[in-house]
Design a protein around this ligand. Structure first.
Ligand code: 4NP
Length: 160
């Protein structure tokens, strides 16, 4: 049995955007019957919320669109760059936080902006919903659904 293709979603706190991306992607992977071929995880560039469950407001927005939210926050570390095949940054600041740990410049080819996979939205970044209202959380879910659908098509191509 070959190793699954490994995706890591990264934001700042790993309690809003990246756990949503992970859980939406797992939902799509399950629908496609690709659980054995694609593995997902998420992490935060900060350690502010390590060990915490996803933000309650984010979970409500995800549940309202049929997505279950699982997982606990963990901090991104340099070994993730070796371990994962593709690392998806939610915004430019997350991107900078990730490549800052790639001190030898070996892994930049694995790091992509999540919105580069969107097919219906023109956003360049997934906006941080933390200090905003409920609409912001729902927007993050819709934007990530678009990006995850595009990403799944791309990864299917990698699987051959
Ligand atoms: P996330 O959202 O990066 O999407 O998980 C945030 C969570 C917490 C904070 C900021 C953004 N914070 O400042 O604590």
């Amino acid at each position: 049995m070959t190793e699954p293709y490994k995706l890591l979603f990264v934001c700042l706190g790993n309690i809003c955007r990246s756990p949503s991306a992970e859980n939406i992607m797992n939902h799509l992977i399950k629908e496609a019957g690709l659980e054995a071929q694609i593995y997902c995880d998420s992490a935060g560039t900060s350690g502010y919320h390590v060990g915490e469950k996803p933000d309650r407001r984010m979970t409500m927005a995800a549940n309202a669109r049929g997505i279950e939210m699982k997982g606990r926050s963990r901090q991104f570390d340099r070994y993730d760059l070796e371990e994962f095949d593709l690392v998806l940054a939610m915004d430019r600041s997350n991107y900078q936080g990730i490549v800052a740990l790639d001190t030898a410049g070996k892994y930049e080819h694995k790091v992509k902006m999540m919105c580069s996979y969107c097919r219906e939205h023109s956003d360049q970044e997934v906006p941080d919903p933390y200090y905003g209202g409920a609409d912001g959380f729902d927007y993050v879910i819709r934007l990530l659904m678009d990006a995850c659908e595009g990403l799944l098509e791309e990864v299917k191509g990698e699987l051959g």
